[in-house]
Design a protein around this ligand. Structure first.
Ligand code: SF4
Length: 306
């Protein structure tokens, strides 16, 4: 089996669980302060109608039903897998704490669910939610995924992230104090960002106690506010070549202990306007691996994927 030139997620999970782990994307039926009028109604500039959870299961189903469907979809391919219940769509800590507890506990009660990954915003982690997360992390594997996107405050305002870097830092430190691993989401190719801006985001994250990063390409969903900017020529998406080069630059810069949870994005082909090259995921990943090898960029341990 070919070796991959970075700490792959598959290898990382195997080192933790000793078996194949698959992630099931869930829609817990939450909303987001950037959507419900608390901070705004139109969402982040790039957010799709599905709350950036386009591959999550259907919110009209219970968590148990969503997990059953997710397992059925992967059962043939990975009959012995265990699962991470990934609360992906919208803001998954944005509800009364007892409601959050019910959803998380329902997921953990499903057979073969070995942990939780909870995607949220840095400004949606009040003390009582942090206490609940700490309690859960003492008895299961838990990750909190924070949509950070960029360390450049000007860009954060342009994309309507809705909070400053100091809020993100506060959330990371509060989670770290509770020994809860953090995965930061970073988007490459945001409007107005230079290569130096993106590398600065990596430097900034290197200085914080985070354990994982998702690097992803900016997509233009047809139902986002980015779509008209793209259609009018005010936003130009990254080319495949530029993305792969930038990605390699970021990986080379990343602290070696930070696990890469994602190297590219999954666009919903029914709504993705651009960049369409990103839909050929296998080809993109092969090109990334080839480029990393040719450039001699190795990050962390060199696991072999089984
Ligand atoms: S925080 Fe997430 S769900 Fe909320 S508007 Fe932004 S991308 Fe969408």
């Amino acid at each position: 089996m070919e070796k991959k030139p970075y700490t792959s997620l598959n290898a990382y999970y195997r080192s933790l669980f000793g078996r194949k782990i698959a992630k099931i994307s869930l829609d817990g039926g939450f909303t987001c302060p950037n959507r419900d009028g608390t901070l705004g109604r139109r969402g982040c500039l790039f957010c799709s109608a599905g709350g950036s959870g386009d591959f999550a299961e259907n919110a009209s189903l219970s968590i148990t039903e969503q997990i059953s469907r997710g397992k059925a979809q992967t059962a043939d391919k990975w009959p012995d897998a265990a699962y991470i219940a990934y609360f992906q769509a919208f803001t998954n800590t944005y509800a009364p704490v007892e409601e959050l507890r019910r959803r998380y506990e329902e997921a953990l009660a499903c057979p073969d669910v070995a942990g939780l990954s909870i995607a949220t915003r840095a400004d949606c982690l009040p003390e009582e939610v942090l206490d609940l997360l700490e309690e859960l992390s003492c008895r299961t594997r838990l990750w909190v995924e924070l949509g950070f996107q960029t360390a450049k405050e000007e860009t954060a305002q342009r994309i309507r992230r809705g909070y400053g870097n100091h809020v993100f830092e506060g959330a990371v430190r509060a989670l770290d104090e509770r020994k809860i691993p953090v995965i930061a989401h970073v988007i490459l190719g945001l409007p107005g960002e230079s290569r130096e801006d993106m590398l600065h985001t990596i430097d900034y994250l290197n200085g914080l106690p985070i354990q994982g990063v998702k690097l992803q390409l900016l997509h233009v969903p047809a139902d986002s506010d980015l779509a008209p900017l793209y259609q009018s020529g005010q936003y130009t998406p990254l080319t495949k070549e530029d993305y792969i080069t930038l990605l390699g630059d970021c990986i080379a810069r990343l602290r070696p202990d930070i696990v890469l949870h994602r190297l590219t994005g999954d666009g919903d082909k029914t709504t993705l306007l651009a960049p369409l090259w990103s839909l050929h995921k296998r080809d993109v990943l092969n090109s990334i691996h080839r480029s990393l090898r040719e450039r001699g960029i190795f990050q962390g341990k060199d696991f072999t994927e089984a």
